[in-house]
Structures are given as C-alpha cells and as structure tokens.
Design a protein around this ligand. Sequence first.
Ligand SMILES: Nc1nc2c(ncn2[C@@H]2O[C@H](COP(=O)(O)OP(=O)(O)OP(=O)(O)O)[C@@H](O)[C@H]2O)c(=O)[nH]1
Length: 295
Amino acid sequence: MAAAQKNIRAVILGAERTGKSALVKKYIHSIFTGDYDPSFETVDKKLTTIEGRTYCLDLIPAEPAGENLLCQTGEAFILLYAIDNRKSFQHLRQLHAQVKQAKARTSLANFPIFIVGSKADLESERKVSLEEGRQLAVELQCQKLFEISAKDHQVEIDDLFEKLVREVIRVEQGSTINEPTSPLSQQQSPPVRPRPVSRKSSVMDRLKFGSLRRKSSMQTLSRQNTDNSLSENMPPPTPTSRSVRSVSYGTPLSTPRQTPALPTPFRLDVDTSSWRETVKWPTEIIPEEDYFKAR
Ligand SMILES: Nc1nc2c(ncn2[C@@H]2O[C@H](COP(=O)(O)OP(=O)(O)OP(=O)(O)O)[C@@H](O)[C@H]2O)c(=O)[nH]1
C-alpha cells in the first residue's frame, strides 16, 4: 500500500447524539450498531486514492463547545444535525460561526464546509425539512448539503467523504470556494488561550502532540477511486444505471419552484456552489423505473 501523500484533517461538529461517531464508524468500518456510548472516542483514518494520489483522511468527531484548536487545525468541516432534532439544526449557525472565527486566525482562508443531516432513516420523526436544510446551506455558503443515514446509507456516506476530499483538492489547486475573507481574519491573531479539556478535545491534544493511542487498531486502507465521473469539473453524469437518477433544475436554489414528491428514505445532495440540485435515489430502496411508473 502506497503511503499517503497528503493528510487531510476533517472535523465533524454537531450537538450531542447527532450521530458523529456513527457516521465515522460507518465510513471506516462499514458498521452501524445502534449503540450510544458517550465515552467512545474515535479518531480514525482512512486512505483514499483520487486521481492517482493517495490521501489520508483523519476523521475527528468533536463536541460543540470549546473546540477552537480543533477548528483551527481542521482543513475540512462537516456540520452535522439530526433531522429528528430541531435544536441540533438550530445549533449549526453557532458552529459555523465558531469555525469561521477560528479559521480567521489561521492562514487557511478557503476550506470546505458541508452541512449534513443525519438519521435520514427516521423520516417519520423528521423535525427539519429538506427545504430548511437547503436554505441554511445557501445562507451559510456551505458547499454541499447531504442527508444521510448511518444505518442505511453506506454508498452515500462514502460519496460524502469522497466529495469532501475532492473539495480540499480543489482548494489546494487554487479554487476559491468560500466567501471573501472576513474582517476578523485581518485582525492580529489573539493568543490562543488554554481551553477547558473535554473528552474529545483531549483526543485532539493527544493527536496533535503525537501521544494518541488509538482505541481501534482497525484501519481501512486502500479505497480505490474508480469513478472519475465524480470529478467536479465534469458535467453531471447521464443516468446510465438504475442506481442513480439525477435531476438538474438549473435555477438558483432561492427561487421558489415545484419539488417532485420524493420516495423515502433518500439522500439529498445539493451543490450550492454551482446552483445545481441533484436528487438521488438508492436503487436498493426504490428502483427508479418503479418510481416513475408509479407517477
Ligand atoms: N436511526 C438512526 N440512529 C442513529 C443514526 N446515527 C446515529 N444514530 C444513533 O444516535 C445515537 C447517537 O449516536 P452517536 O454517533 O453516538 O452520536 P454522537 O454525535 O457521536 O454523540 P456524542 O458522543 O454525544 O457527541 C446512537 O444511539 C446511534 O445509534 C442514524 O443514521 N439513524
């Protein structure tokens, strides 16, 4: 196995019990146990190869408070809410501000932030609509919005992290993806003050200072990227298999429009940077021809 040519530190921020650890476990180990263990510390890595280059993705689930250092060192961010928990959604603005403020003290002005709604399998308990998620992604100028389920959506979760890596690559190659640097970044950086040590921030400290003893020895290495059609510079793929149906509206997301009734569960992936919306149906849940036949 080739050594990683680049490390990418992805920080997953979200309120308690939004499914941060479950998301990481699903991506790294392909499992969903349904357990809740507040003492479970996951700092996991996964190698992924994109366009011949190997990246090591460090995944760091973080508690919402007191994570400035984490935010400063992160290169990509996932702001996670649970679709069945309105408070976790309302918390995202604060998390977003926290990330922006922390990054304004660093030299990294451009970095991807995805908004992700978890627990998409709990449709009947939904408290946050897709439209609200989409509006917030546009308002905060986040690159993408996903709805996923750590219980059901392996392919979509793989896709989510691949897209995150691709966004980091785009930044590395010089694309500007965030809004202009905020006034905060022009101020002189205040000294970083010691912060309260929390369960997950102590993981970060140990990671940072090289003394982390990984709880899990399992690392999933070698995830070959075989699908170049995901390249951001290419036009959306023509649906060739039953597995994916893409709908492009070609209108700004803020324009009121008719949204087709969607089967559930499903995943929404909105690319807010290109104002293109893509809705995908996983085949194993509802084959697209069945869906269209029924309409
Ligand atoms: N149905 C369903 N349950 C989920 C999903 N993701 C997580 N959960 C459950 O939600 C609970 C919390 O998940 P965790 O992954 O521990 O959440 P967390 O955000 O890491 O929680 P903290 O450690 O408190 O920060 C657990 O009981 C999970 O099994 C999901 O996609 N669907």
